[in-house]
Design a protein around this ligand. Sequence first.
Ligand code: Z5A
Length: 211
Amino acid sequence: MTQGKFIAFEGGEGAGKSTQARMLAAALEARGIECVVTREPGGTPGAEAIRALLLGTEGEGWHPRAEAMLFAAARSDHVERLIRPAVAAGKWVICDRFVDSSRAYQGGGGGLSDAELCELHRIGSLGLLPDLTLLVEVSPEVARERAALRDVDGADRIGGRDEAYHAKVAAAFARIAEAEPARFARIDGNGRAETVHQAILAVLTPMLAPL
Ligand code: Z5A
């Protein structure tokens, strides 16, 4: 059986990642490709339980190192129980956030080194990387507007951090993408959802050609 593919969406909050993940899955399914849409933190019962610990707003929250280890633990369960088996079964896994979110948020925003985060990922998930990572980038104004539309009940623990934190996260995503151009495609997410979707399909065309 042919292996599937592993595609990750990355970017700041409100960039439109979840919207684009759903649109991409629908486009691929229409071509007869079986897709699994999933998210981080989460995707398996254990990882969803860790998500509730990480993003809930009760209590004082986590020390940055504890936070990084919880994200890595959730990812480990997700990779071993869902992502690797689905790809091995020939499916395309479309994941809303993956390890580059840890590198950008817990690294760029939280101050852990990239080497520490990559080491946690090596231990937890044997260093698995997506075949392609789509970094969806929007201006801070657009991100604010869209996050407000989504967060009618208030932001989560990490989304609610200040603008300086989110600016460091955006800068870290840009640095990571620049350093790994073969794995990343940077997508302008400021336009209409359909325009962004077409830009993503254009990037995916070489992966679809032999199918
Ligand atoms: N986090 C971390 O710190 N470390 C890690 O390792 C991982 C995660 C994996 C997860 O929150 C939080 O965990 C996140 C990072 C941190 N916190 N922050 N910030 P999440 O997954 O629940 O939420 P999110 O990823 O931040 O946000 P989101 O809701 O998933 O946003 P999005 O997927 O990018 O956007 P959306 O839901 O597709 O769209 C938001 C709204 O805009 C919605 O009303 C849409 O209809 C609208 N939208 C979307 N696209 C468009 C366009 N093109 N035009 C107009 N309107 C649009």
